[in-house]
Design a protein around this ligand. Sequence first.
Ligand SMILES: Nc1ncnc2c1ncn2[C@@H]1O[C@H](COP(=O)(O)OP(=O)(O)O)[C@@H](O)[C@H]1O
Ligand SMILES: [Mg+2]
Length: 346
Amino acid sequence: MLKFDWFRRLLSGERERSDHSEPPGFSRPISTASPFGTRIWAVGGGKGGVGKSLIASNAGIALSKQGKKVLLVDADLGAANLHTFLGVDGGRTALSSFLKDEASDFKSLIQKTPFPNLDLVSGAKDALDVPEVKCTQIKKLRDALKKVEYDYAILDVGPGTSSNFLDMFLMSNEGIIVSTPEPTTIENNYRFLKCLFLRKIKTIADSQPDGVLKDLLQRIFSDKWSQRVKTVADITDQLMRLDFEQGRMLKEDLKSTSLSMIVNQTKRGEDANIGKAIRSACSEYFGVDIDYIGSVGYEETVGESIRTRRPLSVYFTSSVAAKSLEGCIARVLDKSRAAQQVTFQI
Ligand SMILES: Nc1ncnc2c1ncn2[C@@H]1O[C@H](COP(=O)(O)OP(=O)(O)O)[C@@H](O)[C@H]1O
Ligand SMILES: [Mg+2]
């Protein structure tokens, strides 16, 4: 019974007593936030139940262990549970209140976690109907994230291709797509990527005051042309034929979305090859590179860590899954740092 105490508290709305002693592995001093502003990472994809929250929570912990100041944001409004991965309750306020305009101050949603340098904005008290959130509210979230003082904000974005989730994912400097080796996940992630790029193209076209790109896209999708347009790469190719400069700029813009993929829950050695196969398919169909960052094996310890609400990267550091995850996060961090340096050189 005691084991499910947290669940009873969740149902009753009672606040959790903070009985966590200092978690292991946090010896570094509390960092002050980066003077260069908050870098946003989004963890997302086309399917639920694949390990997005596992990866988002452990990425937050891994960065905070290195002395980075990190804000985890549970943006899976339909099934918010990131707090459970950290072993804390959902708090009094949640992102849903901000998106429904019930809370106007984003900073008031931030709660401390037992882990130094790591704060949390939990998702939704009750599942929020995602399509009901207006896109102006998503813009409000983007503006709020620009103002918080953290080194990194990590968004745990809900699954699927709703425009709100795509827009949240597109806010990021680094987008991490989580896959599993299963064909269903791969199929959903392919659809997610296609919708992501189409959404990005639409956003760019809508933001142009002269409407040139919008007109060109309408021509491309007109009856005569549409048969030749099967992939996102076809759109940019046709665009370059009609207006080389517009096509070139759009291609550059699409390439500027930095994407990484982690394959989670692999069970056989060859499962990891799926990452490379997805990478080359993306290059062919979307004309962009998606970095295959690495894989995390299916391991019972992961389930145990979630059941006991003790994060993998803190309490199960010797597990193979924790080590693989750590390696994946380190590679995303290297990529993120390199991109940041290029930005500041420009
Ligand atoms: N590497 C893994 N090994 C074993 N089980 C895993 C692994 N990754 C995820 N899981 C299982 O999958 C479930 C869903 O993970 P979660 O991170 O909540 O997915 P998502 O956020 O994508 O919906 C977890 O509760 C856990 O039981
Ligand atoms: Mg989740």
